[in-house]
Design a protein around this ligand. Structure first.
Ligand SMILES: CC(=O)Nc1cc[nH]c(=O)n1
Length: 104
């Protein structure tokens, strides 16, 4: 598990995060420790390379069934793509933690 002052993403999301196109991430309870106001380093899961810092703006719970087009837009993908991604990462999950962030 990441220490609370860092977060990892799959490397395929790096470009969208650096471009400010991806501004949320949906995680399971194991990563619900992040808190609004925190500054965390951001790294690729695959190689551990750090590529910046994020300010956590908010964290809230959202039901998988309540995911909508706004969430998809904040993830820079379609709603169908977002739901497929979440199902691939967290099979069967019903409740997620929506972490809203901005690149420092
Ligand atoms: C490494 C990892 O869990 N990455 C995730 C998970 C969910 N959403 C996301 O953007 N990145």
């Amino acid at each position: 598990m990441n220490p609370p002052n860092s977060i990892t993403f799959f490397s395929r999301f790096e470009a969208d995060i650096l471009a400010g196109k991806k501004t949320i991430t949906l995680r399971d309870e194991s990563e619900s420790f992040y808190q609004a106001g925190q500054r965390v380093s951001v790294s690729n899961l695959e190689d551990g390379r750090c590529y910046g810092e994020l300010d956590i703006l908010s964290i809230s719970r959202v039901a998988f069934d309540d995911l909508n087009d706004t969430h998809a837009e904040q993830e820079n993908m379609s709603l169908a793509e977002l739901k497929t991604l979440i199902r691939q990462i967290y099979p069967g999950i019903e409740a997620l933690y929506l972490i809203h962030f901005k690149l420092v």
